[in-house]
Design a protein around this ligand. Sequence first.
Ligand SMILES: [Zn+2]
Length: 451
Amino acid sequence: MTSQNDTTICIAHVYRGSFVHSTRSAAVEILQDTVLGVDRAGKIAFIGDGSDLDRLSQKWGFKPSDVKQLGQCEFFMPGMVDTHIHASQYSYSGTALDLPLLQWLNTYTFPVEARFKDLSFAMDVYTRVVKRTLKNGTTTACYFATIHTDASLLLGQIADKFGQRALVGKVCMDHNNYNYKETQMESVEETKRFIQELLKKEYPHVRPVVTPRFAVSCSSDLLSALGEIARNNDLHIQSHISETKEEVEVVKELFPDHKSYTDVYKKHHLLTNKTVMAHGCYLTDEELKVFRETGAAISHCPNSNTSLCSGILNTRKVLQNEVKLGLGTDVAGGYSPSMLDAIRRALDSSKVLTIQDPNFQTLTFQEAFRLATLGGSEALGLDEQIGNFEVGKDFDALRVNLCVPDGPVDVFPGDFYLSLCVLHRGIPTGDDRNIVEVYVAGRRVVPLPEK
Ligand SMILES: [Zn+2]
């Protein structure tokens, strides 16, 4: 499993041990005693068998003594991809979960987001959310910021500083009852400025994403303008869709000439193969078909869906319709910034559907693992670059140790070598203490720098 015979590549790091990841054909593949080399550009240069170490070291020009050997309780897994998180809402995560979505936004969210005009407040919150999510193994985050361009640029700067791969969106909204909003012209002009200034920074792993908040808070003219900006600049797009029944009804009233909620986004050129829409709990089969045809993805945010009593996404139906699907924490509708939590909640919500209908085909643990890694990379259109361990992809990885002192997981004699059973225990019961190192494009970003 090496790339073409290119030995001119300089190898920066070589790791040996167990690797766990998803592939197109296997939801979970466990590679025992494997050697993986990372080149100076942070890309996976080769993957081979441990028994082949001498030949690999000669071929790739590294000393066997330089190989970093994983411990018996350790393995590497791909970095997790949070396909939907509101960086600005991290300041109140874990609180304010007592109202349904539309009231929740007016009562808690908009007043907090309005505070991000203050750059020192933004600096504090954004630094904390980037550090916290990195520690929890989120190597890629698709962020909503706020309507404020300068604070949104600051989020990009902070993600770059700490080495997180990120899509950053300046939120657009020109229509709601609360005074946290922009005019349509401001929204368009500031979005253009945000994109231009963020791209000018040339951060290697941070990109802008066009971000209409959702159809409820955007005029038709604004949606059209944003669709055009995304198309002209070949950019990602993110928004929300069909999170609650009430919201679906409001969109029907606001856009009476459209066939469905999905049709609203489609008609405004906001559904592309670089689009990720959060939630989708109430999408019809016909709407899912439009998602498949356009290549748009869904971000499943189960913690948020339960916490705000929004709904339950039928993930099986989404997968059967071959719609790209990733997981999101949706902080702060979801109270946890951890993607491990998102995996657990995805399993829980799928099991609730099985309780309601015993014939429902529950999401498996392996499938949930894939959604958090490879699935997320597909949802963000980044699967050529990240999502699993393949030669030529960036080395975005978590070094997991199930036996950390005072850790949350107990491993029993005979549990190792790594098996699905051990993985099955570690992922549901582990936490950030077990994620001892995090790599983005080959660079170690966790443990975090002291300052
Ligand atoms: Zn959201």
